[in-house]
Design a protein around this ligand. Sequence first.
Ligand code: G6P
Length: 364
Amino acid sequence: TRIEKAGYKHFMAKEIAEQPVVIADALKRYVQNGALHLPAEVDFTAVDRLTMVACGTASYACHVAKYWFEQIAGLPVEIDIASEFRYREPPLSPKQWALFVSQSGETADTLAALRYTRDKVAKIVAVVNVPTSSIAREADLALPIMAGIEVGVASTKAFSCQLTTLALLALKAAQDRGRLTPESLAQHLSDLAAIPGLMNHALALSTPIAAIAEELAEAQDVLFLGRGAMFPLALEGALKLKEISYIHAEGYASGELKHGPIALIDNRVPVIVLAPRDPLFEKTVSNMQEVMARHGKVLLISDAQGVAEAGSDCWKTITMPQVSDAFAPILYAIPAQLLAYHTAIAKGTDVDQPRNLAKSVTVE
Ligand code: G6P
């Protein structure tokens, strides 16, 4: 099949816009008649630990999912980037599972890491976009993320579909481990079902985000901050921005700001704070105030309540729709992606084919 831009200027823009549809596809595949519908082999009853391995954007999806597996399912998770995992000789338990996340299913380091775990773990699970890929074929079980072909080198819809699939896996783990009442499972599933519709609202923020990006394009360095599951999203936001706009960006856990990056803050450094009005909001706001006290330019991305409570002294704000606390990272991927996209457009870089990067890295 020939993939076209379908009226969009770039594949990346098209793939960002497709997210409500492809996330709904993933939910349709793995949720049926109001219940989780995963292959029978996905039974976490006897699993004592999960090791997740990936590269790049896929590894940040793992870091978000760790919050879900640990908080909702009480299942300990450790994560490694594949290039480190494969040589570290990590001890593995025969009761644990190893989970490999890869859009292409062909990343050499991730494939080598998978091979390292063979015969050392109870099950090797692949969460992939390409169901015929090497990683899918070599795993005991492959779960497709349903994103459809992704052409833009900077991953967007694959990331949110990885998150959606991993969220459903975490719910299955919670169910198998007796951590979820039927009511709270139903609540989580309805929270996930709401995401595609909320994403349509978030996509409508493209124009105001483009206006902010015009100014962001002037920056030399940008910091992204988040707490809880928004921390790995801050890492992903920074990765997206540096990949396609070539602006130096770093993601940090909000609470870690004072242990180093605060030294960078002055009135030329935009600080992008990803902070829905959740139970951690006030902590993040106090970190944000430390930035503003040093004349940092804060862009607060929050919901209406968060912006009303803390947005007044910010450089800019983006008001997102209200979303469940647990699954906010899936929705907040949209403004992170749109900021990177529009900043790259403002700088005139090649959005779909950024310099020095490849869509799939099949060499070590
Ligand atoms: C490359 C791409 C990234 C991607 C990473 C992992 O570096 O440019 O966008 O996140 O590989 O790729 P995978 O196909 O394994 O998810």
